[in-house]
Ligand binder design. Sequence first.
Ligand code: AGP
Length: 609
Amino acid sequence: MCGIVGYIGTQQAAPLILEGLSRLEHRGYDSAGVAVLGGSKEATVRVAKQAGRVRDLSNELPKRFTGKVGIGHTRWATHGPANDVNAHPHTDASGDVAVVHNGIIDNAATLRAQLTADGVDLLSDTDTEVLAHLIARSDAETLEARVAQALTSIEGTYGLAVVHAAFPDRIVVARNGSPLLIGVGEKEMLVASDLAALIRHTTMVAHLEDGEIATLTAGGFTTYRADLSSTHRTATEVDVDPASYDAGDHESFMHKEMSEQPEAAERVLRGRLDERFGTAHLGGLPMGARETRAIKRVKILGCGSSYYVGQMGASLIEELARIPADAEAASEFRYRDPVIEPDTLYVAVSQSGETIDTLLAVQEINRKGGRCVGLVNVVGSAIARECDGGIYLHAGPEVAVASTKALTNMFLGFALLALQLGRVRDLSISDGKRLIAGLRALPDQITEILEREEEIAEVAKVLAEAESLFFIGRVRGFPVAREGAQKFKEISYRHAEAYQTSELKHGPLALISPEVPTVAIVPNDELTDRNVGALHEIAARGGPLVVITHADVDLGDVVCRRIDLPRSERELDPILLTIPLQLLAYRAAQHLGHDIDKPRNLAKSVTVE
Ligand code: AGP
């Protein structure tokens, strides 16, 4: 949420920062700003910022906005609306200090009141502005000491970068709960909140830890603890293909990321399937066979779509390993003071590894002595580090706000976990082998569905015209319906409500009409007949139907548009059922002319509570 880029070196800072910000825009895109340190004799701080996209700011940058030191920001509003004044960077009254900040200062109201009482004129509604004033009021000798002193007053989370006219040879940055990475170049240094902004300039990167402060000069960087004792952090080479951060020939990142699902699926399975024993090998899990057998429950925690995939994962674990399992929204978990059981395996699931609600849930479990493993995409992210081992998802960078390939790999990660747990317990070797064959077939089956995009687009156009829709499913199909509704509302802005098919007649059937279509998940499984019965009930009330099903399912005389999928193993059905729902949402949003990669009001990583 929000993006930071800073540069110090031999080149003009502003164009470089703006290019970096455009690569971070998915993290927040309601306003943007840049501050540069320039001037021939005495350094001065100049700021350009405004509501809107990074490209708007680039187009309107003042003439001669020059300087080889600068910081920039792209914002997702928390304190105050998205307007020019609330955009970062924020400055003190003299304009000598400029600050960009990700995260939330919890005691901002108190600090604002104190500053106002001291005669400071606060211009914005933001929490960040107090930082600029606190740093400006410090009379410590160095900029590092001024920042450290200001931070002693701060409660909350931050990733921040500061420039000061009196210290023109440096940028000082600090991290507590919001990621910051330092990129090391040739006579130049960069800082960013995400690798995406660094990767075109350097692959030598240092990750700051919570509680660290760092100084960047053109020649290098130094890291400190809060008391300014050195932490001696060094940069290491990151192994990442810069092309994975480009949309390439695709019209959007979401389209690219959907198309990457077959190869991403192969990556998460690679080296982890054992045909001989019909099991999975997950080297990152900290439990041996004896400990695995002692697990009495599995509790999965995630947010949004990761929570819905967690529900799919819970079904898989119950079915294959016969261990009671459920998923819960991580955002609610810690607020009910949960009982943490020693023989429960907790699983945190997150693409970004940054979602604050999931991170705090893991910390709650750890604090109470529980064991939590992670299903995480971003290697070395906060959640991955907080967990006691886990399964990396190897989906590659995911840029579009609407998650697709990472979710597919989460499902596969759960399938691997369920297989391993199951085979240590009572899952037969023949069932293990059957599931491995099913897993191996999935990448090609996903390709088969993706190739039907144009056919699905015809259905999407019809659905896009409805103001309100239902997505329904039962048991394994219900989290699929929830994920389908989530994708649809996220990018098409249509009201899409997920419901258990079995619950329709207990209330929502009253809403069914020719204006309210239903997307029904009807796989060929033990519930097919009951599902078809519900379709009749909807059709009888004039409700238009789209049925995601298998070719051999007999829908009788139900009038509907059907999308037939390749058959998988029943337990693995949810992931194939999800793929056409991604395409439906995508093509509906495209039909409506929406900015698919940057849906309104949202951001990629939700790092605020
Ligand atoms: C998915 O399409 C959503 N953008 C959102 O629900 C997301 O899954 C959720 O915010 C969790 O993110 P995470 O996986 O990075 O933790």
